[in-house]
Structure formats: C-alpha cells, structure tokens
Design a protein. Structure first.
Length: 250
C-alpha cells in the first residue's frame, strides 16, 4: 500500500475515534426520599441527554449518610439537609468544593379526606387520631414537622397522636393508605395529588429545608457523576423541581 494511502487511512480512523461519543457510564446516587419523584424524572432526562445511566437509592438522609460512612458504593449524595453533605466532606468522604444546594423543600399538612385539612386550625383543633411525620432524627422533614408544631404551641397536645415513618416516603404512605388521617409530608409528594386536602406550612414556622448535593470520593473519577451534578443545576432539572414545588437552589 502506498505510504500516502496508508497515512490517509490512519488519519481517517483517528478522526472517527476522536469524534465518537464517550462511552455511556453509570452513576450511583443516594437520594433523600422526599425527592423521589423529581429525581426519577430528572434521571430520565439526564439519561436521554447524556446516554449515562442513573441508579438511585432512596431513603432518609440520616440512614443514607450512615451507609455512606460504612462504605456503601454511592457516588453522589442528594441529602434533604445541608449538615450531612458538610459532614461527608469533613469526614473525608466527599470532594471539597462540590457541595451545593440543589433544592429548597416545603412542608405540607395533607389528608386524603378532602374536608380534613383546613389550615393550621387542623393542628390546633387536633380532631384526628393519628398524625404521621418522618423520624426527626433521620429525616429533616420530620425535624421541620416537630419545629412547626412547637412554633404553633400544639406539640405537647399532639405528641401522643404522632406516628413516625422511617423516612418521608413511608410517612406519606401512612397518610395515602388512611392509616393516619393527616400527615406532615413534603409538598413535592402532594403537588400532583388529585384528591385530598392540604395546607402548605408557612416557611417561618420551621428552619428552611435547604437540600444539598455533594460528589462523594467514590465518584470523583467517574465523569458520569460529575455530569449528573452539572445537569442537576441546569434548566431542565430546574423546571422539574419547580413543578414539584421546590424552591431554587444555588
């Protein structure tokens, strides 16, 4: 084969190699349970845009952090608070400088009974047998629920009626199945509910539920993990978060 023809073929092969898309990869993401529906939609959009696959694990932020501390193979952590991602960095489990607020959550009092929830009066009157909240030790939405009741001065009157879910997803199920007449859940869980009644808890009744994301050390070398976090900050993800009732992040 003439030298010029061989060189032309080699250059053509190199051009094809350089222009080929990067191979699809997988990113493992630990996600606070309140963000389940939004995360699933964002994951589908990310997969379509990038070709990468997202594998989610949902749970209470405290439980997920405990798993991360015990070497669970997650690469990205989407918490329901700021504290645990900060702790992950301090403990050497996450990449410094990668933490940001991806969403601001809202709390809502919800019932499947369309006549049950009538604003804060529902909590003040306490005309129900069971009130579902998330475990305040593990889930920031549970801590916000306790804080709300304390601010309203009704916690002592209602504490005997409280049933706790391990996370906000289980808490919502208690209400959705009627095992608890009312529950303090994430607004994102009931934004598209076709039935029932709800009251969006004013933000001044509890500490702001700022939800932070962080790149874990296990994902530092995975381009798909970094790409996912970039996508989470972008306009397509923002539109999903807005539709589910989340406030803007960083």
């Amino acid at each position: 084969m003439p030298a010029l023809n061989f060189l032309a073929l080699a250059l053509a092969a190199l051009a094809v190699t350089l222009s080929a898309p990067a191979p699809a990869a997988e990113v493992k993401v630990a996600v606070a349970a309140n963000f389940t529906e939004a995360a699933n939609e964002i994951g589908a959009l990310f997969a379509k845009a990038s070709g990468h696959k997202v594998v989610y694990s949902f749970g209470a932020s405290g439980q997920l952090y405990a798993q991360i501390a015990q070497a669970a193979p997650y690469e990205v952590f989407l918490s329901a608070d700021r504290d645990r991602p900060a702790q992950a960095i301090a403990a050497g489990l996450a990449v410094p400088g990668s933490r940001f607020t991806y969403a601001t959550g809202r709390l809502a009092l919800f019932s499947i009974d369309p006549d049950k929830v009538r604003g804060e009066a529902t909590l003040r009157q306490g005309r129900f047998a069971k009130l579902a909240i998330a475990d305040p030790a593990a889930a920031p939405y549970g801590a916000a629920a306790i804080e709300t009741m304390q601010k309203l001065g009704v916690y002592e009157a209602l504490r005997g009626k409280i049933v706790q879910g391990a996370n906000i997803a289980q808490t919502y199920q208690f209400v959705a199945t009627g095992n608890a007449e009312v529950g303090l859940v994430a607004l994102s869980q009931v934004t598209e509910a076709g039935k029932g009644s709800r009251w969006i808890v004013p933000e001044e009744l509890h500490t702001v539920i700022a939800q932070d994301a962080v790149l874990l050390k296990t994902g530092a070398g995975n381009p798909a993990a970094r790409a996912y976090l970039t996508f989470l900050k972008g306009p397509e993800a923002a539109a999903v978060k807005d539709r589910f009732g989340y406030g803007a992040g960083d």
